[in-house]
Design a protein around this ligand. Structure first.
Ligand SMILES: *Cc1c(COP(=O)(O)O)cnc(C)c1O
Length: 391
């Protein structure tokens, strides 16, 4: 008997798997994959990289992204996640559990600081925050229960470049993994694994995606075993990305080199303009020789970063007037996109910080953070000059 109408509507279609591979990765927008053999199904379900069962576990579009960014970072394996925080939480919970301890840089991204300071203790994970510019302080904070050292390549908004080789050595002496958030540098400017990191995490929402149209994350692993542990944690935490989001990041990564060069060139124009302006007390940008980590930047970064921040002479009120006066630059959260974005950390991204933590992280009340976009440099210079008059 022939199949009925409804059955044919569901099953009659043949999915063409062409002998000629597509140039661009297809979006494998499916939640699940079909098996003939129960044993093959069971095996694939429990082993990473053995095939596809269910998109929360693995998906071909997501795997294409993981392979691409793992290659750029010089990693053995990559794991894409639904967001940068998804990657950070997954890595943290795959490395540490109740009774364990983590040593972390003090001036972290606000969300990461909050995860480590407030959520990690609820899972029984203790965290010590230290000045990551001081490897002796990192060494002194290590305990027998320490499971990882956590830092950011370029801290935001101070633009402090971490001494990755020194941190990797401090961690490595005790056999501990150095975990590095490489979001602000991107693999175009720095590959932390080359400097001894064991795990790299990214908010792919930023430079990797690059267009402010997707939220995503990635974790990259120097050793496959750490990938497998994080993969198992991610499956249970449910931090997996949607295939379309993974595809958008994959598309963005193709132009990462071009974009990073242009972000850096525009940032240099603005940094030099701000540095020479009487209303600006200080510019935080490691491409300027006066920055405390300018020499580390020259050693570890393959170019100029696209983020900068500066302190206005007029403090909190001036900072706020500036960010409300720009026309080309938009007042918005996030960074690393085609658009220039400005923010005032003390009242936005770092609001979770106590006044003491804010001061300890080197964030002034009049500090304006800029994610320099890809607009014409002359338009940005004009916009900033006018907003500085108002501030
Ligand atoms: C944005 C950001 C994150 C968090 O990423 P999401 O994609 O927003 O979850 C983590 N670290 C840094 C440095 C960031 O800028």
């Amino acid at each position: 008997m022939a199949d009925g109408f409804a059955t044919r509507a569901i099953h009659a279609g043949r999915l063409p798997l062409p002998a000629e591979p597509p140039l661009a990765a297809p979006i494998w927008q499916t939640s699940t994959f079909v098996f003939d053999d129960a044993e093959h199904y069971a095996h694939t379900l429990h082993q990473p990289r053995q095939g596809y069962v269910y998109t929360r576990y693995e998906n071909p579009t997501t795997a294409a992204l993981e392979g691409t960014v793992a290659n750029l970072e010089g990693a053995a394996e990559g794991l894409a996640t639904a967001s940068g925080m998804g990657a950070i939480a997954t890595v943290l919970l795959s490395l540490a559990g109740a009774g364990d301890h983590v040593v972390a840089q003090r001036d972290l991204y606000g969300g990461t600081y909050s995860l480590l300071a407030h959520t990690a203790p609820r899972f029984g994970i203790e965290v010590s925050f230290v000045d990551a510019g001081d490897p002796d302080a990192v060494r002194a904070a290590l305990r027998p229960s320490t499971r990882a050292v956590y830092a950011e390549t370029v801290a935001n908004p101070t633009l402090t470049v971490a001494d990755l080789p020194a941190l990797a050595e401090a961690a490595g002496q005790r056999g501990l993994p150095l975990v590095v958030d490489n979001t602000v540098a991107s693999p175009y400017l720095c590959r932390p694994i080359e400097h001894g990191a064991a795990v790299v995490v990214h908010s792919a929402t930023k430079y990797l995606g690059g267009h402010s149209d997707v939220v995503g994350g990635l974790a990259l692993f120097a050793e496959p075993e750490r990938h497998d542990a994080a993969w198992r944690a991610m499956i249970e935490l449910g931090a997996s990305p949607d295939p379309f989001a993974a595809w958008l990041v994959l598309r963005g990564v193709k132009t990462l080199a071009l974009r990073m060069r242009a972000h850096g060139a525009n940032a240099r124009v603005l940094a030099e303009l701000l540095d020479a302006h009487p209303k600006v007390a200080r510019v935080h940008w490691p491409g300027l020789p006066g920055h405390p980590t300018a020499r580390l930047a020259a050693k570890l970064l393959d170019g100029d970063p696209g983020m900068l921040s500066f302190d206005l002479e007029g403090g909190r009120a001036a900072g706020r007037r500036f960010i409300e006066a720009t026309r080309v630059a938009k007042l918005a959260a996030s960074l690393g996109s085609t658009e220039t974005l400005v923010s005032h950390p003390a009242s936005t991204t770092h609001r979770q910080f106590s006044p003491e933590a804010l001061a300890a992280a080197g964030i002034g009340e009049g500090m304006v953070r800029v994610s320099v976009g890809l607009e014409d440099a002359a338009d940005l210079a004009e916009d900033f000059t006018r907003a500085l008059e108002v501030a």
